[in-house]
Ligand binder design. Structure first.
Ligand code: ADP
Length: 630
């Protein structure tokens, strides 16, 4: 095992600049690439968008042999192969969709040694003919993408990944490099063990995504207005709306389409053709919004997703991180909004309990899943900086006091001044109705509503009747859930007349609050003025700084046309970050254009002239200055 020389490293950096148009490496990319070049096993954990692919792609382009990349999905492989080809690097994929003539041709290319990166699925890799071929050409490097799929502890276990355990035996001289965005300790240990990594270099990146703005908002009514508000903030941009149920996906898609939004559905109940059509349209930027269940996940490589909206709470922070991780992969600002309702917790609880009752399920499943769910719920109800909570969850420290990019730090919610008194009113109301009623009824009593239900039971005579009449039902409901999350109130299902009815119950903590022995804090949203702008993060403001939006749109349209002609996704031509820099710097010559982020030699040759023409023409027509800054 040779250590990388200074010369090799500078050659590598020069190659990255030439092929990818990237001048600075991101954190941990350099040591990750060094491990590959030196043939030392490695496990690289970087968040989504952290730049894992470059860690194996660039060394593969530098070494003159073939690196084999194992990837779980055809679509993921295709995106990478397209991207590499557009940078001028020879890459292919072997998959079940190819004809035997194509396969023949590929085998010939592999044998001749011209292929720098070969993408395969784990099932395909362990077939003897391919294994023999790879041994003949003496493959020395394996990169395992989405490596958490090998672990049962991960959120996306794929049994076929287990077969990779045999790789070490079949290729004893090769080094293996695992890449994942899932950071928990048990998953990491499992990956190392399953793959038989030998003294691996373990590189764990920073889990904060400063370009993402996180917000948790109480879900109101049918929520379509809330969904539309967010979509309106991002008209024409790419976004994903995650729903819990397939029926919600269909319903929201229909409503959005009616309102003129280019939205398409995605869930496991749709046929493969429809799912493919949605994914392709989204990638090609013909569709702006995908409304989906979590089935829409891996394989979305569109880097300019500008918002991820959760119409309901996911079941764990890992899922949340993974799903929101699909926003802003290009490093530009993006917004993640979670519409939270108190019922989400109970919906998941009953799903988990049902799955736990299946005969083949591990006995620890329910306890594990409930723990994850509780953590997710606490995150939603908490009053601490969202970035800090997420980063801490993944076992890392968060240094700054405020992230300036979440609802809490923006001050979207504030602590209610008389929290303790309000909590006491709610709890005594539950006590007065003898812990026999659900949230809706208690809220009605506290608001002093004059309903038949209340009169019939004499609840209008209770001392708590009308105590919170000055507050909205939505706020009171939120506070009830906040008390539940602070463990001073319980919501429990009782089986009555064959139905599961959730009722409110008191516990030790409730009495402590009522006796003023325990503090609680309640929050409520701040009312913004009608014309007040939604607060924006620093990343949001700065990434548009100096960008001529009209020119950006013109270049984006040109990119879409070129992508269509070439049957590739638009971001394979240029990412949004590149287009924004073009629309900011507005170079007048090809040499200046080459200095723009993301424009390497190969892309300059392929697209330089055409983008330059469009750019110069647009600027001259509108009298906009060229060659700004650089
Ligand atoms: P991951 O696999 O970790 O989710 P990718 O490898 O898809 O992330 O990278 C996300 C985006 O970041 C891609 O568009 C990639 O070209 C870009 N990228 C990678 N490394 C760098 C870098 N050092 N500087 C700027 N952009 C980078």
């Amino acid at each position: 095992m040779a250590s990388t020389t200074f010369k090799q490293l500078s050659e590598l950096k020069e190659l990255i600049a030439r092929y990818w148009g990237i001048d600075t490496l991101r954190p941990l990319q350099e040591p990750a690439m060094q491990a590959v070049l030196e043939g030392r096993d490695s496990l690289v954990v970087l968040p989504t968008g952290g730049g894992k692919s470059l860690c194996y792609q660039a060394p593969a382009a530098l070494r003159g042999d073939t690196t084999v990349v194992i990837s779980p999905l055809i679509s993921l492989m295709k995106d990478q192969v397209d991207g590499l080809k557009s940078c001028g690097i020879n890459a292919i994929q072997l998959d079940s969709s190819q004809t035997s003539a194509e396969r023949h041709e590929y085998v010939r290319d592999i044998r001749s040694g011209v292929i720098r990166l070969l993408f395969v699925s784990p099932e395909r890799l362990i077939q003897t003919d391919l294994c023999d071929l790879l041994r003949q050409i003496d493959v020395r490097t394996f990169a395992i993408d989405e490596a958490h799929c090998i672990s049962q502890w991960g959120h996306d276990f794929r049994p076929e990944y287990r077969q990779l355990a045999k790789l070490r035996e079949s290729f004893p001289r090769a080094s293996m490099h695992a890449y994942t965005a899932t950071a928990t300790e048990p998953v990491r240990r499992d990956i190392v063990e399953q793959l038989g990594l030998v003294r691996p270099e373990i590189l764990v990146g920073d889990f904060d995504r400063p370009n993402l703005t996180y917000r948790v908002v109480s879900r109101r009514g049918t929520m379509i207005k809330q969904v539309m508000d967010i979509i309106d903030r991002h008209r024409g941009e790419g976004g994903i709306v995650y729903c819990l149920r397939r029926a919600d996906v269909d319903e929201i898609t229909a409503q959005l389409v009616k309102k003129g939004v280019k939205a398409m559905p995605y869930h496991a109940g749709l046929g493969p053709e429809q799912r493919c059509a949605t994914q392709d349209a989204f990638t090609a930027e013909e569709c702006d919004v995908v409304v989906a269940t979590v089935a829409f996940g891996m394989g979305i490589d569109r880097s300019n997703v500008r918002y991820v909206l959760h119409a309901a709470m996911p079941k764990s922070l890992e899922h949340y991180q993974q799903e929101t991780g699909r926003a802003g992969r290009d490093g530009l600002e993006a917004e993640c909004v979670l519409l939270h309702g108190g019922a989400d917790f109970f919906t998941w609880k009953s799903i988990i309990e049902k799955s736990g009752a299946e005969p083949e399920v591990d006995p620890s499943f329910v306890a594990h899943s409930m723990q994850h769910l509780k953590e997710m719920d606490n995150y939603c109800r908490g009053a601490a900086c969202r970035h800090k909570l997420l980063v801490r969850y993944f076992g890392q420290a968060y240094q700054s006091e405020s992230c300036s990019a979440c609802d809490i730090c923006f001050g979207d919610t504030i602590a209610v001044e008389n929290s303790i008194e309000i909590a006491q009113m709610i709890l005594s109301c539950v006590a007065r109705v003898k812990e026999h009623y659900g949230i809706g009824h208690c809220v009605s009593i506290l608001r002093g509503e004059n309903t038949e239900n209340i009169r019939l039971r004499g609840h209008d005579k209770l001392s708590t009747y009308g105590l919170l009449r000055d507050h909205s039902a939505e706020n009171i409901r939120d506070w009830v859930y906040q008390l539940i999350s602070q463990d001073v109130l319980i919501q429990e299902n009782i089986g009555e007349l064959g139905r599961n009815i959730p009722i409110l119950r008191l516990n030790q903590g409730s009495w402590e609050v009522m006796r003023k022995q325990r503090l609680v804090r309640l929050l409520q949203p701040v009312k913004h003025g009608k014309d007040e702008q939604v607060k924006r993060s620093k990343a949001d403001a700065t990434s548009w700084e100096g960008v001529d939006r009209e020119l950006f749109d013109t270049l984006r349209q040109l990119r879409r046309t070129l992508a269509e002609e070439r049957h590739v996704p638009p971001y394979v031509i240029f990412t949004d970050a590149t287009l924004r820099e073009l629309a900011r710097v507005r170079p007048s010559k090809l040499e200046r254009m080459r200095k723009i982020y993301g424009i390497g030699d190969s892309k300059l040759l392929a697209f330089g002239e055409i983008f330059l023409d469009a750019l110069v023409h647009d600027c001259r027509t509108r009298g906009i200055a060229l060659d700004v800054g650089k």
